[in-house]
Design a protein around this ligand. Sequence first.
Ligand SMILES: NC(=O)C1=CN([C@@H]2O[C@H](COP(=O)(O)OP(=O)(O)OC[C@H]3O[C@@H](n4cnc5c(N)ncnc54)[C@H](O)[C@@H]3O)[C@@H](O)[C@H]2O)C=CC1
Ligand SMILES: O=C(O)[C@H]1O[C@H](OP(=O)(O)OP(=O)(O)OC[C@H]2O[C@@H](n3ccc(=O)[nH]c3=O)[C@H](O)[C@@H]2O)[C@H](O)[C@@H](O)[C@@H]1O
Length: 441
Amino acid sequence: MRMSVIGCGYLGAVHAAAMASIGHDVVGIDVDATKIASLSVGDAPFFEPGLQEILTEGIRSGRLRFTTDMAAAHGAAVHFIGVGTPQLKGGDAADLTYVDAAVAALLPHLSPGDLVAGKSTVPVGTATRLAPSVAERGATLVWNPEFLREGWAVQDTIDPDRLVAGVPSADGEPTEEGARAAAILREVYHTAVAKDTPFLVTDYATAELVKVAANAFLATKISFINAMAEIAEVTGADVTQLADAIGHDARIGRRFLGAGIGFGGGCLPKDIRAFSARAEELGRGESVGFLREVDAINLRRRSRAVELVVDALGGTVHGKKITVLGASFKPHSDDIRDSPALDVAVRLHGLGGDVVVTDPAALANARRAHPQLTYVDERDEALGDADAVIVVTEWDQWRRELDPAHAATLVRGRVVIDGRNCLDAAAWRAAGWQYFGMGRP
Ligand SMILES: NC(=O)C1=CN([C@@H]2O[C@H](COP(=O)(O)OP(=O)(O)OC[C@H]3O[C@@H](n4cnc5c(N)ncnc54)[C@H](O)[C@@H]3O)[C@@H](O)[C@H]2O)C=CC1
Ligand SMILES: O=C(O)[C@H]1O[C@H](OP(=O)(O)OP(=O)(O)OC[C@H]2O[C@@H](n3ccc(=O)[nH]c3=O)[C@H](O)[C@@H]2O)[C@H](O)[C@@H](O)[C@@H]1O
């Protein structure tokens, strides 16, 4: 099937290449000429395991191409909207200018019978607002939210846990137009449908809310365990063992109970704030009031990590060398959007620390965003003469591959703050380190 993907960032580039990899004929369209130039020659403009391979194969096969020209969308049967919905500057709501601009630019190139499939995360009510302009062109709007995780984006796109299609509906049932739209989406995702992946057809509002509810729940789960870490810190408990113990309850589950410096990235932080703002617009602010606490708990973890470093160094970091292990917001990504790792690094630098950052993938992005910090590519060089080391992104290069005895030969002070509770505390202590976890004794 011929399709266009409007917006080729972290979501759209993967979506375009993945759709080509399952046999569709795809044109990726973006206003960012630099990004398009890179994608067009098969160079992934960001770090995402597996993307390079499917990008290269898509272009080689002729099924995948990229352009800045929106007219190239003409003739596609399905048009995916994957543009950004960042937090509004100075507010909490989602900035929909990119979505509105992308839809407006696409309209002249739609043909009757086309599908426009929104994938961006939007406030509930957006699809209902956009549908009439799409319908005027004889096309149908659906909302098809995306649940991929960065670092796992290719597999999550090709083999998702579930597919959700918000289609034109009346009295809780798809209209004839809605049923037709759902059938087309089943064809789009034919490989997942063939594997009996749950395919939920619903109305616009439910589809939009499913997405924000999923992210709100994930963020809440993380802040819950971080709240337990705050209690553990004053009771001598071990929050990682607590997470193991409650995680054995199938109703709770161990995943996303990782206490540490908390969540960041281009989505969870903005999505809980946008959800709160939208709920307040709807007069239901109190229904999701707890999300303000989720946000507050999350941000307190970053401050706590900085405090741990300052305390471990006797009350000041002034003139002390601090090696920061990690810059991306999570491993297997070069994304530094609202990265807790970089937030902590910048704060330590602001307190007078001589901060050296290393990361396997995100240094170029970090250097552009925070030129005031020092960046070193090689891990052991970054560790040289450190007075303290803080782990802020749990890359395997230190989580699994850094031997504490070896690290001890490189540093000036054997002080490690484990901002992701990912190190073996006993092993590091046995190697002579002062080990400080976050909610661990
Ligand atoms: N990054 C992720 O893991 C996921 C993101 N999402 C959602 O997907 C949306 C996109 O997120 P990302 O890909 O991370 O953002 P991004 O910022 O990496 O990519 C957005 C792209 O849209 C392009 N763009 C903006 N206006 C445009 C226009 N009028 N026409 C064509 N292209 C335009 C930008 O140049 C940029 O390349 C957001 O709503 C996000 O919440 C949803 C699930 C996963
Ligand atoms: O809407 C989105 O963009 C996506 O947001 C998240 O995916 P992502 O942001 O890529 O990364 P996660 O794996 O969810 O991690 C988010 C943040 O939470 C942190 N985290 C995660 C797990 C945990 O136990 N503790 C914890 O602090 C990570 O370090 C990271 O900073 C959701 O997991 C995806 O389903 C969703 O599609």
